[in-house]
Design a protein around this ligand. Sequence first.
Ligand code: ADP
Ligand code: MG
Length: 621
Amino acid sequence: MSNPLIVGIDLGTTNSLVAVAKEGVPLILTDIKSGETLLPSVVYFPFDGTAPVVGSSAKELLATEPSRTVYSTKRLMGKGYDDVKGETANLSYELSTERTDVATIRLGDNLVTAPEVAALVLRALKDRAEASLGETVTKAVITVPAYFNDAQRQATKDAGEIAGLEVVRIVNEPTAASLAYGLQNKKSATIAVYDLGGGTFDVSLLRLEDGVFDVLATNGDTHLGGDDFDELLSDRLLSEIGVTEPSPELRATVRVAAEAAKRHLSDAAQTDVHVSLGDNGAFVRTVTKSEFESLISPLVERTLAPCRQALTDAGLTATEIDEVVLVGGSTRVPAVRQAVQTLFGKAPHTDVNPDEVVALGAAVQADILSSGRTDLLLLDVTPLSLGIETMGGATEKLLFRNAKIPSSAKEEFTTSVDGQTVVLLHVVQGEREMATDNRSLARIELRGIPPMPAGLPKIEVTFFLDMNGILRVTATETRSGAKTDVRIKPTYGLAEGEVRRMVRDSFVNADEDFKARMLADMRNEADSAILGATKLLAGYGNDIPDADRIGVETALAEMKNARDNAPDHSTVREKMDALDMAGRSLAEAAMSSVARSIVGGKTLSEAAQVLEERIKEERPE
Ligand code: ADP
Ligand code: MG
């Protein structure tokens, strides 16, 4: 195996997955212990500062630990505080106002940035892949929505790096889904990818030509998904339960029941919802598929307008779509499938699990990259125009919306004041005319221009949008050769040194986390030893010499002290060994007393065996 191992990762808003291609066939890697394929993109940060918990166990804590359980961080990626403060109402955890450049979450006195949380999810996937494959994983292809801008892609890359993964390629989710269906093997096709996940909806129209994918248009709604189905149903159930002020726990229980009912209804005509109300008995109710469908029908309807808009943007009619691909767990809902089929007038592909299809496609892309095949070039487009703010505050576009990537553009600017030696360039992204209405990506300074009359300097600005959709900008004053070596520092995102620090921290913390974990395990062991010794002392303490008994009592006291106060597990281990030593005669006394009562006519070896079992019972595991 000389090819580097590259895994494919779907870093989702709700769920994330990791996949790898084996002999050309992509496979989802499951968690060795639980067998789970989906990893909920949820991270719980314990109060005591011990290692964060990622995945299903964290998701279960959402109801009881809402302020320390972080979810939906994908919405925060590559954004600043001002961009995300509108989300506050939808989130149960607190966004910090301290940092404006990177969306940051406040956990008590600690702050954690969105890419760091995403990194924990990625790290869990990396661990999962390593456990499942039995080898180290350092490279990954990660997917992002087609509409992700430069800063969001960069933030995703940063998260990978913090997690110890080299992100060899960022791939658009709809492109990945098409790859999972092997559509790249067709000569040409126009593809619609309809993706309805937990909290987001997007639709992408792709054009495939000779193995090259081209994104023609994207559209969607960032606050529409299966979670909204759950909410509608749980609101109805809650109102029927009739508790005026439902507790957060009851809300959470009903929510879980609603989601389970929804899933059942994807395969069954009706299902029973059962909610325990504690002392007030239980709420039981049958939900039929048709009731559920009419409940969610306005939401399903809402996904169709963006589909029509995407068609219009791409200059296509529904009949020109050759292939329809369904992505996202919520497309398992038959009513959703039906609506999509009706709109595009074509049965969608459904063979691949819609919640796995993106990760599988990422693995196909990873396989292509590791095999070094150059025949499959994957082309994407930039979803938003990129430009420079002009003197009057307008936007001068260099790369237009839907420009293919990789791609580059050049534009010449000049100075507006005599003797100007510094030029400030403001890089913006968006379709609006005025720069302030667009998204600010970076502010760049070109220095060292020799003083010249206004309008004379020739400032050449080039934009280069790389394969990952990440922008690089250069500016040169061509008369003097003054050049700025500009690495674009997105307005929103982690500073360069910060990523490095976080990578370092994650290793440092990994060590700390490991120690904390060892200590916690050791304490559990200590508790059983303390319990066992206490019981034996009470039962047989009087059967041994005073000196021995005092020895055990002293060792036990030291052990208790170590259990509560020792800084590391090895000190506790030492005290536990000492207690074992000191307790020898006590253990013997206990054994012989048990022996007397049960041995009877048995042989000595039989007695020893019985004894051992007895002792085990005395000392609960
Ligand atoms: P995301 O892309 O947002 O991370 P997923 O594609 O994993 O999310 O979709 C998650 C959503 O899919 C959730 O709302 C979940 O309830 C829903 N879902 C999963 N399985 C089913 C099913 N069998 N029927 C209906 N909805 C489902
Ligand atoms: Mg998804």
